[in-house]
Design a protein around this ligand. Sequence first.
Ligand code: ARG
Length: 403
Amino acid sequence: MTKIEKIVLSYSGGLDTSIILKWLQETYGCEVVTFTADLGQGEELEPARAKAEMSGVKDIRIVDLREEFVSDFVFPMLRANALYEGQYLLGSSIARPLIAKHLVGIAREVGAHAIAHGATGKGNDQVRFELAVNALDPSIKIIAPWRQWNIRSRMQLLEYAEKHHIPVPSDKRGEAPFSIDANLLHTSTEGKILENPAEVAPDHVYQRTVDPVDAPDTPEIITIGFERGDPVSVNGKSMTPAALLTELNGLGGRHGIGRLDLVENRFIGMKSRGIYETPGGTILLTAHRGIESITLDRAAAHLKDEIMPRYAELIYNGFWFAPEREMLQALIDQSQTFVSGEVTLRLYKGSASVISRTSPLSLYSADLVTFEESAIAYDHHDAEGFIRLNGLRLRSWAARNGR
Ligand code: ARG
């Protein structure tokens, strides 16, 4: 085994990664560089710097990745209307390749040959981090302390902290807290009482959305502008990707939009139950489908819908940087060439509903579809022949069956 000289650690500043930091320093006796990403998780990040400093870290990286996260990861995924198992908007899944990309970038810059992460040995996130690192730089070794050390319980973890003078906040002393992962797209909560799918999630689990029952009694009408498949404005005001998603998170949260209580199938093989809150993302998915409804050709739209589950599964399973995801992305991106215009939605007690859509590139023809006399060349006799030919095989089938 070659000696590891330097490790880049994905570091939140929380208790778990602080322990990991100490463990790495002890186990490998080498320099650890910490990387803390601002993905819009809504937490102060400066405490992470102070904590890393206290642990003797010399190279501390705290980077605001919010714009990159939304423009290069969330929006491309939204172009596909991606949902895993029909419901999950992939808020954690889509953040991992971005973090991995920056870990690799820093590792190369500082000459580190290893990257460490704090994902546990039972989840999807370890897979996503490591597949992404494999795809970006196969020479980089991965250290996953949760799979390597012999800390096996929360008690042992706290003991380790105590022994190494790592401060344990009082709320972390008792039983294990919920496992929470938050970013600009969502908040995901797992663990504790939620591990029993028969138990109703207590209300305090929800962090960024109100209960729809308590949402305002008056609906709110908003308009989202799209350009080539990406949202670019809210109520006529142009915004950067991260600002736009932040704005919609506020609106959606206030109206109780985007709550999901889900049992999903992890890549690693087990089922897990989680609570997701994706207010802005839920509004955007509805709005995007709204603008696509008038700007996409039928066959193009249906092809997108066919490949969507496959594309979503690739992201869920951690194959963002795999060639097949990039191929599907090329197809999806091309489909968005004419997906521009405006969608108006009504936000009301947990729902976001499209109430109108317009586009200079619309394929919708009122003249063609109208019940009134139409000027456009549409011959009703064509429909007669169309149905007669499509019915030909059905008539044969029914006649043979003696119906
Ligand atoms: N189960 C979700 C996924 O695999 C979320 C994982 C991270 N969330 C958490 N609360 N630790 O995408």
